[in-house]
Design a protein around this ligand. Structure first.
Ligand code: 7PM
Length: 297
């Protein structure tokens, strides 16, 4: 797999795609895995105040041990169909976790949010990336990121999480998603966010039918050709359910197949729940797909 995005190094050196995430430099020459850490009150917990933090820290450490190159912390404010979470609740869920993880993990911590106040608090707490399913469209979001040296993931979504799956519609899904991502990246650059800090994401499942998702998977090379590293989130998604008939917990094999295909089509960051298996799958795929003599990962 060849670098197509931000290139560092002079002539004669191998191409490198390097993402700047605050104090971190992430080498994307071969695809890496972003581990998903959901911070939501669950049935084992106590509404979050005492048990949530140690459980989240333990899970994040485990994902890094399994090879995660980044950890994405989300308070589920952006989940399709999810009930709205207030800003205060989102802050209460994610900020203590980000503070602890940023202090102890050897990898960048991302915050998954659409809210500018949550972005600012997370960046102050040490987050090195903002992962925004709304591509910094909220009031103050562009400013929050440009005031930092963190990276940003700009995701495409048609509609709003609560209703986006009701009737997704495109003329040319790949062309429209690609144009949108280019436009948002341009707005970021105009706001002072350097290109070396930007990744884009077609937003699988966010206002897309199965046919749209498959078109986007096949269209990834065109999106990657714009030269901005591509992140994909396919792990356990409903498209895997539609293709296999399996429930969320039984979608690992299908998710790995999609992760490998996305990487072969140019994705540089794969967001996944099952970090270890995804790291293995991508490592094998990268070695098998490497040019003769390149030797793979
Ligand atoms: C229910 C449905 C729970 C969907 C969670 C989800 C993405 C993301 C999510 C993605 C980026 C999930 C999604 N998906 N951020 N956040 N890209 N950048 O499967 O595809 O985790 S939430």
């Amino acid at each position: 797999m060849r670098a197509t995005a931000v290139r560092e190094g002079g002539t004669g050196e191998p191409e490198r795609t390097v993402l700047h995430c605050a104090r971190f430099r992430l080498d994307l020459s071969t695809p890496v895995v972003m581990g998903v850490l959901n911070v939501t009150p669950d049935s084992f917990s106590d509404g979050g105040r005492y048990l949530e933090l140690p459980r989240a820290l333990e899970r994040a450490r485990q994902m890094v041990e399994e090879g995660a190159a980044l950890v994405d912390v989300g308070g589920e404010s952006t989940r399709p169909g999810a009930a709205a979470v207030t800003e205060a609740e989102e802050l209460r869920r994610v900020i203590p976790v980000i503070e602890r993880l940023a202090a102890e993990l050897p990898v960048p911590v991302a915050v998954d949010t659409r809210n500018a106040a949550v972005m600012r608090a997370a960046l102050a707490a040490g987050a090195a990336m903002v992962n925004d399913v709304a591509a910094l469209s909220a009031e103050g979001a562009l400013d929050a990121v440009s005031a930092s040296d963190a990276a940003v993931c700009l995701m495409h979504m048609q509609g709003e999480p609560r209703t986006m799956q009701q009737a997704p519609r495109y003329g040319d899904v790949v062309g429209e998603v690609r144009a949108f991502l280019r436009e948002r990246a341009g707005s970021c650059v105009a706001a002072g966010i350097g290109r070396e800090r930007i990744v884009v994401d077609p937003g699988f499942g966010f206002g897309k039918t199965l046919a749209h998702n498959l078109d986007l998977l096949r269209g990834l090379p065109a999106i990657a050709a714009d030269g901005i590293p591509v992140l994909v989130g396919l792990s356990r998604k409903s498209m895997v359910g539609q293709l296999t008939g399996r429930a969320t917990a039984d979608r690992l094999a299908g998710s790995l197949a999609l992760a490998v295909l996305a990487a072969l089509n140019g994705a540089r960051i794969v967001r996944a729940h099952d970090v270890g298996p995804t790291v293995d799958a991508l490592r094998v795929a990268a070695a098998a797909a490497a040019a003769p003599g390149e030797g793979g990962a």
